[in-house]
Design a protein around this ligand. Structure first.
Ligand code: LLP
Length: 419
C-alpha cells in the first residue's frame, strides 16, 4: 500500500494534489511520500525486531540526503558502494559506524576515505582487494573491519542484469574459495574479520533463493568458527522485490520469517534492502507535450525521458502509467509513452494498453522511487528533475531542478581554443 491515491478522480500524494505540485514546481519531477517511506521502512525493519539486526538501507536505490536522514531517524544504517555514497551518507548525518561498504572495485582512495571515516564493515570482494585494504590499514595504522562477500552460486531467478549471486557474475568470492580467503585474512595485521556477507540479486519475487543462499552461508560460518575464526555479523544483502505490475513478491514479514527460521541468536544480521522500501514510495510526474499516430502506432510524447528514468530503456521494465486527473469517459488505447531524447530506446512505456492523454495533461509514472533519480543522467543536456517530498499536507523540495549552468559546471575551454 502506498499513499498515491485518487480522491474525486484526482491523484494525491498523501494530502497534497499532485497537480498542485506540478504547477508550482514544474515537470518532470520526482515525488516521494514520507508516510509511505516510513511505513515501508518500519514494515521491513520491524519484521526483524525480535532478533539482533541492523537494516542498512541500500542507498544506490535512492541517495537523496533527506531520504537517507529519514531512515537514519528510524534507526537504519546504510549500504554504500562508492566514496560518493559515503560522502552523501556523512552529509546526511549518518553515524559511520552504521555504514557497510560493498563493491567489486573499491579504489585506494575509496578505502582510505572509508577507513578514516570509521565505517562499520568493508564487504571485501576479492583476494586483491583484501591485500590492498590490509596495506592501506598498515599505512594509516588502523585495522579494517571486514566481511568477505561470498558468492553462493544461487540463481535468483530475476533479470540477468540484476543477478549477482551466480558463479558467472563478477561479485564476491566463490563460496568454495572462502575458507582460504578467511585463513589469509586471519593472518593479516590490519584486517579484523567480523562477518560474512552476500547479495544474490535484486527484484526477487520468491523467498526460496534467499533461503538457499542463507543455508550455504550458515554451513560456511560453522566451518569458519570451527577453525577459530570469529564471525559476529551475517549480511544477507538486499533484493526483495516489489509489485510493478502483476508480480506478487513475499511481504517483508514472510521474508523475515523464512530467514529467522534458519538463524540462531549467535549472530547479528545485517540487511541491505533498497527497492522494497523506496520503489513504491515514489513516482515520476511528467507532462504530455504532443500526441501523434503513425499508422497503427500511437505515441504520447512527454517531457520526462530515459535520462530521468532509465529502467524501461535499460531493462525493459514496466512502470504503471496513470493520469493525474482521471476522467471516467477517458478513451483507452495502445500507445508508447516516449520522451524527447534522440534515441528509439527513449520510452517510459511500450505498446501499453492505457488511457488516452491530451497535450498539457500530467501523467504519473508509478513505482519510480528506487533506481529512478539515482540512475538519472544529463543525456541530451537535460537538467535533472527536482525531487519533492510530501508529508501530510505539506511538500518540501529536497533537490532543486538543475539549471543550464549546472550542466556545464566544471567544464572549461582551454585558451588555445579561444581565438
Ligand atoms: N546490496 C547490494 C550489495 C546490492 O548490490 C544491491 C543492489 C542491494 C543491496 C539492494 O538491492 P535491492 O534491495 O534494491 O533489490 N538498477 C537496477 C537494480 C540494481 C541493483 C544493484 N544492487 C534496477 O533498476 O532494477
Amino acid at each position: 500500500m502506498h499513499h498515491f491515491q485518487y480522491r474525486d478522480n484526482e491523484l494525491y500524494c498523501e494530502d497534497v494534489p499532485v497537480k498542485k505540485i506540478c504547477e508550482d514546481v514544474g515537470t518532470p519531477l520526482y515525488l516521494y511520500s514520507h508516510a509511505t517511506l516510513t511505513k515501508h521502512f518500519r514494515a521491513f525493519d520491524g519484521s526483524f525486531k525480535d532478533i539482533r539486526h541492523l537494516t542498512c538501507f541500500s542507498m544506490k536505490s535512492n541517495s537523496n540526503i533527506a531520504i537517507l536522514r529519514l531512515f537514519y531517524n528510524e534507526g537504519g544504517g546504510v549500504d554504500i558502494v562508492s566514496g560518493g555514497e559515503l560522502f552523501r551518507a556523512l552529509k546526511a548525518g549518518i553515524d559511520p559506524s552504521m555504514v557497510v561498504y560493498s563493491g567489486v572495485g573499491k579504489t585506494d582512495e575509496d578505502m582510505e576515505y572509508a577507513l578514516k571515516s570509521g565505517i562499520m564493515l568493508f564487504n571485501v570482494e576479492s583476494r586483491q582487494e583484501l591485500l590492498r585494504l590490509n596495506s592501506i590499514g598498515e599505512r594509516l595504522n588502523k585495522s579494517a573491519p571486514v566481511s568477505i562477500r561470498v558468492n553462493p552460486d544461487i540463481d535468483p531467478m530475476t533479470h540477468p542484469y540484476i543477478s549477482t549471486g551466480l558463479r558467472e557474475n563478477k561479485f564476491g568470492i566463490p563460496i568454495e574459495d572462502a575458507p582460504d580467503i578467511y585463513r589469509l585474512a586471519k593472518g593479516m595485521r590490519h584486517i579484523d574479520i567480523r562477518g560474512v556477507s552476500c547479495h544474490i540479486g535484486s527484484q526477487l519475487t520468491n523467498v526460496s533463493p534467499f533461503v538457499d543462499a542463507l543455508k550455504r552461508l550458515l554451513v560456511l560460518i560453522e566451518e569458519l568458527r570451527n577453525n577459530g575464526i570469529t564471525i559476529e555479523y551475517l549480511d544477507i544483502g538486499g533484493g526483495l522485490g516489489i509489485t510493478y505490475s502483476k508480480e506478487s513478491p513475499p511481504h517483508p514479514e514472510e521474508y523475515a520469517e523464512a530467514i529467522k527460521k534458519e538463524i540462531k541468536n549467535d549472530i547479528i544480521l545485517i540487511l541491505e534492502p533498497g527497492r522494497v522500501i523506496t520503489g513504491n514510495a515514489g513516482i515520476l510526474v511528467t507532462r504530455v507535450i504532443y500526441t501523434k499516430s503513425i499508422g497503427q502506432k500511437n505515441f504520447i510524447i512527454v517531457d520526462g525521458a530515459m535520462n530521468d528514468l532509465m529502467r524501461p530503456a535499460l531493462y525493459g521494465s514496466f512502470h504503471g502509467i496513470q493520469p493525474v486527473i482521471f476522467s471516467p469517459d477517458r478513451k483507452k488505447l495502445k500507445a508508447d509513452v516516449v520522451g524527447p531524447i534522440c534515441e528509439s530506446g527513449d520510452f517510459l512505456a511500450k505498446d501499453r494498453e492505457m488511457y488516452s492523454f491530451e497535450p498539457g495533461e500530467f501523467m504519473a509514472v508509478m513505482s519510480a522511487g528506487a533506481y529512478g533519480f539515482s540512475m538519472s543522467s544529463n543525456y541530451n543536456s537535460r537538467p535533472r528533475p527536482p525531487e519533492v517530498l510530501v508529508k501530510g499536507d505539506q511538500y518540501f523540495i529536497i533537490r532543486q531542478r538543475e539549471t543550464y549552468e549546472d550542466l556545464i559546471k566544471g567544464e572549461n575551454i582551454p585558451d588555445f581554443l579561444l581565438k
